[in-house]
Design a protein around this ligand. Structure first.
Ligand SMILES: Cc1ncc(COP(=O)(O)O)c(C=O)c1O
Length: 394
C-alpha cells in the first residue's frame, strides 16, 4: 500500500541529534563505557519542593482538565515572572501554557505563519526551528553567521534577508547550540529593523537563567513599546528548574495573537498536564536559590571544558556565555582527513572512543560539533582525554 503523506509533513527530517544520542544510549545500555556529551537537558533532579508540590497536587485531586491555556494561578505567576525578570507587562489572557517550550514554539508558528511566509532563522540554529516552520507551511530563510561574529546575526544581515514575504524573525538567546548571548545593544539593532519593516519576532528565551562570564540576558521584547507589540516570547521551566520531563513551556505576546493561539491549543492538545502545572507554579514562585546553585555548577563545568578543549591541538571554540553547550570547531581534524564532515567525525568518535557529540550540520554549521556540559566534571575530563588521544593518533 502506498500512503500519501501530506506535503508539509513529508519533508520533515529525522533528528540527527536524537539518532546519535540514541546510539550512545544503546551502547551504554549494552554495558559499554560511554561518555555522553549529547544531553540537551540538565543532569540534576527536579528540586525537592517542586516534586513535593506535584505530589500534593495529585493528592488534592488536581487531576482533571484545567483551562486549555493553563491554570489561572500559573498564568498569573508567569506574568509576575515576566514583570520581575524581564520588565515585561502581560495580563494573564496574554499568556498560554503549553506542553514544553517546543510545543509553545510550534503553536506560535502555526498561529502566525501562512503558506509561503518567510521566517528568518540565524544559523547555527536549534534543529527544530526550520522543521517547525515547514510544518506551518512557511519557508525557513537561513542567515549564516560566523565564529568571528560570535555566531550572532547583525543588523545588516537581518536587513539583507528581508523580502516582501518575510513575516517572522526567530531569535534564540542564549543559544542552543553555540552558547552565544546577544547584548542589549545588539538586540536593539535587530529590534530597529524588525520595527521598521513591521515584522514579528519569536524570541526563545528558554536558557535565560543560564548565563556566565558576566553576560546578561535581555529580552528583545523589553526594548520599547514598538518591539513589544511585535514580540512573541517563549520560555519554560525545562532548563531553569531541571524539569524537562514535566513538559511545561509558555508563550506571551499581543492578545490578538495569543487568543487564536489559545483556540488552536484548545482543539489540538487542550491543557498541559495538571500536575506538571502545579509543579511549575512552585518552581516559578518558590525559592529561587536552586537556580543559582545549578548555574554555578554549570559554570564550573563550562570552565573545565574550555580549559580541556584549549589543550587539544586543532580544536578551538568561542567562549560559550550561555546555555550548557560549547560549539567546537573541528575543521582542522576534518581537513587532515580524520573524517569527511561533522557527522562522520561524531560517528567515528563514538565508535572509536565511545564519546557522544552532536554534529554541527543539523544546526546549520558544518565543521563544528556541539558538546553539552550538562554532565559531571569527571565525564568532561574523561571524554576530552579520549578525544585528545583519538585525534593525536589520527
Ligand atoms: C533552544 C531551545 N528551545 C526550546 C527547547 C524546548 O524546551 P522544552 O523542553 O520546554 O520543550 C529546547 C530544548 O532542547 C531548546 O534547546
Amino acid at each position: 500500500m502506498q500512503y500519501k503523506i501530506a506535503e508539509r509533513v513529508a519533508g520533515i527530517s529525522d533528528s540527527v541529534t536524537i539518532a546519535l544520542s540514541a546510539k550512545g544510549k544503546a551502547m551504554a545500555a549494552a554495558g559499554e563505557d560511554v561518555v555522553n556529551f549529547g544531553a540537551g537537558e540538565p543532569d540534576f533532579n527536579t528540586p525537592e519542593p517542586v516534586r513535593a508540590a506535584a505530589k500534593r497536587a495529585m493528592d488534592d485531586g488536581q487531576t482533571r482538565y484545567t483551562p486549555a491555556a493553563g491554570t489561572p494561578a500559573l498564568r498569573k505567576a508567569i506574568c509576575e515572572k515576566f514583570k520581575t525578570d524581564n520588565g515585561l507587562d502581560y495580563a494573564p489572557e496574554q499568556v498560554v501554557v503549553s506542553n514544553g517550550a517546543k510545543h509553545s514554539l510550534y503553536h506560535a508558528l502555526q498561529t502566525v505563519c501562512s503558506p509561503g511566509d518567510e521566517v528568518i532563522i540565524p544559523a547555527p540554529y536549534w534543529v527544530t526551528y526550520p522543521e517547525q516552520v515547514r510544518a506551518a507551511s512557511g519557508v525557513p530563510v537561513i542567515v549564516p553567521t560566523s565564529v568571528e561574529q560570535n555566531f550572532k546575526m547583525t543588523r545588516q544581515q537581518l536587513a539583507d534577508a528581508i523580502t516582501d514575504k518575510t513575516r517572522v524573525v526567530m531569535l534564540n538567546s542564549p543559544s542552543n547550540p553555540t552558547g552565544a548571548v546577544y547584548t542589549r545593544a545588539e538586540l536593539a539593532e535587530l529590534a530597529d529593523v524588525i520595527v521598521e519593516r513591521d515584522l514579528l519576532v519569536i524570541t526563545d528565551e528558554i536558557y535565560e537563567k543560564l548565563v556566565f562570564g558576566g553576560a546578561e540576558h535581555h529580552s528583545i521584547a523589553a526594548l520599547g513599546p514598538e518591539i513589544f507589540e511585535r514580540s512573541i516570547v517563549v520560555n519554560g521551566v525545562s532548563k531553569t528548574y531541571a524539569m524537562t520531563g514535566w513538559r511545561v513551556g509558555y508563550t506571551a505576546g499581543p492578545a490578538a495573537i495569543l487568543k487564536p493561539f489559545a483556540r488552536l491549543q484548545s482543539h489540538a492538545s487542550s491543557n498541559p498536564c495538571s500536575v506538571s502545572q502545579a509543579a511549575a507554579l512552585e518552581a516559578i514562585t518558590g525559592d529561587q536559590s536552586v537556580v543559582a546553585t545549578m548555574r554555578a555548577a554549570f559554570d564550573k563545568r563550562r570552565q573545565l571544558l574550555m580549559e580541556r578543549v584549549a589543550a587539544i591541538p586543532g580544536l578551538s571554540m568561542p567562549e560559550p556565555l550561555g546555555a550548557f553547550y560549547a560549539f567546537v570547531n573541528v575543521s582542522e581534524p576534518i581537513s587532515r582527513g580524520f573524517a569527511q564532515d561533522s557527522v562522520e567525525f561524531c560517528n567515528r568518535c563514538l565508535e572509536e572512543t565511545k564519546v557522544v557529540m552532536i554534529p554541527g550540520s543539523p544546526f546549520g554549521a558544518e565543521g563544528y560539533v556541539r558538546i553539552s556540559y550538562a554532565t559531571s566534571a569527571e565525564n568532561i575530563s574523561e571524554g576530552l582525554d579520549r578525544l585528545k588521544r583519538v585525534l593525536a593518533l589520527a
